[in-house]
Write a new protein. Structure first.
Length: 242
């Protein structure tokens, strides 16, 4: 599993993710029957956030990482090579769903795709850059825009994917009496801090819970604005022990 956070505020979009990959191993008896299932940490260096800089788009991936034994990151890079120069956030989202369904339509994997699209502004009729955030789920065949209401008005806030039960409990999701977050007033730095807080709090809380440690490792953070796509923090390759 994973925890990814895609936070949209008026100034821009933040995509953040953990880096842990866990595997479920089946422990069998001598007669071949199942005795137990063990969740083990296979790696803390998996990429779950991707920048398609040519298209000024970011992708978060969560859920199952290995599809036919190959990490999702490898498929994302191959998928990027299939795109055309004219593609944008809308067409790329549709193509990503089709691409992964052809690989494995039953893969329990989800994506957040985020970027900006030039659209006509209601009052002046001039084109402005509007944020677009989509949820894609391969197994459930879902493609849904997450940052607009039923009237098509832009919504600001955060979307989580993966193990979000800890942060959901902390922020009291669904509780009408819970204190609200003023997303419309939030600046980029606070959006970055909120995104990393969500993941680091989950990692630190899981440490003390009697549960599988499915979220961990370095936190990657990608910033998207109408002007740029850049890494705020990104784990780097390094050599072995000296």
């Amino acid at each position: 599993m994973s925890l990814v956070v895609t936070t949209c505020v008026p100034e821009g979009i933040i995509l953040a993710s953990d880096s842990r990959q866990t595997l479920t191993l089946e422990v069998k008896k001598g007669d071949g029957s199942l005795l137990d299932k063990l969740n083990i940490v296979n790696s803390d260096f998996v990429n779950k956030t991707f920048a398609l800089k040519e298209y000024e788009i970011g992708i978060n991936t969560f859920g199952r990482d290995l599809i036919k034994g190959i990490p999702t990151a490898s498929y994302i890079r191959q998928f990027e090579e299939t795109l055309l120069k004219k593609d944008n956030i809308e067409s790329i989202t549709k193509k990503l769903l089709d691409y992964f369904k052809k690989i494995d339509s039953d893969a329990d994997i989800g994506f957040h795709l985020a970027g900006y699209l030039k659209e006509s502004e209601v009052i002046t009729k001039k084109e402005v850059s509007n944020p677009h955030i989509y949820l894609v789920n391969i197994k459930k065949n879902i493609l849904e825009r997450k940052n607009v209401n039923s009237k098509g008005e832009i919504l600001f806030g955060a979307n989580w994917g993966g193990e979000h039960d800890i942060i959901a409990g902390l922020l009291k999701f669904g509780d009408p009496n819970a204190l609200k977050i003023a997303w419309e007033a939030m600046n980029l730095q606070d959006a970055i801090d909120f995104s990393t807080f969500s993941i680091s709090t989950t990692i630190n809380t899981m440490r003390f819970q009697a549960r599988a440690k499915t979220v961990g490792g370095p936190i990657d953070v990608l910033l998207i604005t109408p002007e740029e796509v850049r890494w705020v923090q990104k784990k780097e390759f390094h050599g072995g022990a000296k």
